[in-house]
Design a protein around this ligand. Sequence first.
Ligand code: 13P
Length: 281
Amino acid sequence: MKNQDLIQLLNNYREQKKCIIGFNINDIYDLKAVALAAEEANCPVMAMTYPPVVELNSSLLCKKMVEGIQTYTKQPIYLHLDHSVSVDMCKQAIDDGYHSVMIDGSQKSLKENITMTKEVVKYAESAGVLVEAEIGKIMGRNVIVKSDTDFLASVADVKAMVEEANPHIMAVGIGTSHGFTPRTPKIHFDRLAEIYAAVSVPLVLHGGTGIPDEDIQRSITMGVAKLNVGTIVHTTYMRELYNEIGKDIAGAYPPYLMKNVIPKIKDVVLSRLHAVNYKNE
Ligand code: 13P
């Protein structure tokens, strides 16, 4: 598939009120689980690598991994660089064949965020690579927010980003958090509706692990065409692997362990895919 296909797909999804899921993957095993789930659910997926995965393995190896795993499904697996705060890392991923990159300048001033995004959009253009930008903040991890005004994406800022930097899709901070949350995240649907009306790019919802299915489904009616899911994938992976190793530590042999772990990861991926595809099944 060509990179342009993904940009078109996401524009169509916004119109059709459909949504692709990007799953954060770490290695060939969780990637295989995602591929098998895509085949079973009969829908395209995105495989997303966080910067530490790229730092450990290189974006070229990640690209080769996805190329190799593509044989497990007829569905496209689009490779995406997630939350890169580095313009150079985005450029390298584009050179190495990623379909999509996120430049995350959300911790910077609006002006700096727009400047970084512009640079990546310009670099991505000739390869037709999709660029995701972020306005507002996704809570959790190291992101410190003091009040609603701190994390909530301003409509004017989103408009400025879209008009000046031209990213293909926009992640917006509307109350979701990365990871497991002690309480159900309060999504600011009023703000999402305002952003949806103000810009025509597809929107991205981060923090998919903690968002209830009905909130995901409601957000899809308001321009969200990509959902990010990560923590539930890697915690399932680690917990199931730990359990498998614990059964016989001396005899633990990776291929045998992973035979039991991959289906467990696949089940989690399938349940998220079902949450967004339930109308088409
Ligand atoms: P979760 O870890 O909450 O699923 O969020 C993933 C994400 O948004 C990656 O960008």
